[in-house]
Design a protein around this ligand. Structure first.
Ligand code: TXA
Ligand code: MG
Length: 330
């Protein structure tokens, strides 16, 4: 295990970017902000570094990682873009969209990072700190969300610290992230497929493609068959406290994750209450989601009751994460 490392925490800035690039080049593990969630970066071409990364996260080794690159040009060196992939990259990069593509012939991303698949997930992040680190480092950086496997994704440096201190080399603190849920993942197969809803709403992608996105052939929450994206494993986002969805009241001993301004019966006796968005703003709710789940998880409640959240726009990703949080962990 990496446990016992001295994890440095640097405020975002030129010195931190230089230290991050140097650490990555030396095979180090560096957590940094992206616009979606904090990522835990490693040199995508360095299998030893990637092995340390899986170890630090406690991540099952069959779970492939996203290669983050500085721009489309760098993406072209690792993935084969068809016309639709090119259209999506030009429309949404830099931004919260990941494309799964066939690997390029000379793809430098280590097999360990792609879990042996002949496809590679690529993303060009928009956050200025992520971009500065990618530019200074100069190559692809794999970066899963910077949490222990099975925990919720981190939206602040403090979340990263509480999961990974002592296990990684450096945390670059760039404050709270903007989007709050992970990137949307589209598989660029014959028919483009929505592999994971996320920070870029489906409708915007479909508008550029001029067609509807396919659904994955295997229901990731079903118990039949292998999940298409192993990261969609049902337990991926589970807090320790039981989560009860679509609550219309608050039961004895429960904490409440609210949405909107309706007062539920029993709310006065709730262990704790946090409101994703009193004004029913789904962007605000997404940004608050993981932080609030973590905070309520720490309150020792019998369960976290969650009010219904609409399914349109970013609501699809929010409901997807909530559903995973509600599935019991083994
Ligand atoms: O917003 C994000 O995407 C964040 C930030 C840090 O960039 N990263 C992130 O990475 O969410 P991670 O590792 O937590 O999730 C990556 C997802 C997993 O569900 C994984 O299975 C899927 O991407 N994935 C990676 N490569 C794939 C591939 N070749 N085919 C299908 N799914 C893939
Ligand atoms: Mg993750």
């Amino acid at each position: 295990m990496n446990v016992g490392l001295k994890t440095q925490i640097w405020p975002a800035g030129e010195a931190a970017v230089t230290a991050a690039a140097r650490s990555l080049a030396a095979g180090g593990l560096v957590a940094f902000p992206t616009e979606t969630v904090y990522g835990l970066g490693a040199d995508a071409t360095n299998p030893a570094a990637i092995a340390r990364l899986y170890e630090a996260k406690g991540r099952p080794s069959f779970n492939p990682l996203i290669a983050h690159v500085w721009d489309i040009e760098a993406g072209l060196r690792i993935g084969r873009f068809d016309a639709q992939a090119t259209a999506l990259a030009e429309a949404f990069w830099p931004g919260p969209l990941t494309l799964v593509l066939p690997k390029a012939g000379n793809c430098a991303v280590a097999d360990l990072a792609t879990a042996g698949l002949d496809t590679v997930a690529i993303r060009v992040p928009a956050h200025p700190i992520a971009r500065a680190i990618l530019r200074a480092f100069g190559g692809p950086v794999v970066a899963p969300s910077a949490n222990l496997s099975g925990h919720v994704s981190p939206t602040t440096a403090a979340h990263v610290q509480s999961d990974l201190a002592g296990r990684i080399d450096l945390i670059v603190d760039g404050g709270a992230v903007e989007v709050g849920v992970e990137s949307t993942i589209v598989g660029c197969f014959e028919a483009p497929m929505l592999l994971r809803p996320g920070g870029l709403p489906r409708g915007e992608i479909e508008r550029v493609l001029g067609r509807a996105l396919m659904q994955p052939p295997v229901d990731p929450d079903g118990d039949s068959g292998a999940p298409l994206a192993p990261g969609m494993l049902a337990s991926h986002y589970a807090p320790r406290t039981r989560v009860r969805l679509d609550a219309v009241n608050v039961r004895h001993g429960e904490a409440l994750l609210a949405f909107g301004s309706d007062a539920l019966p029993g709310v006065d006796a709730a262990t704790a209450v946090m409101n994703l968005s009193a004004h029913r703003d789904l962007t605000e709710a997404a940004a608050n989601l993981f932080g609030y789940l973590r905070a309520l998880d720490a309150r020792g409640a019998r369960a976290i009751a969650v009010m219904p959240v609409p399914h349109h726009g970013l609501g699809e990703a929010i409901n997807d994460r909530l559903r995973r949080a509600a599935v019991g962990r083994e």
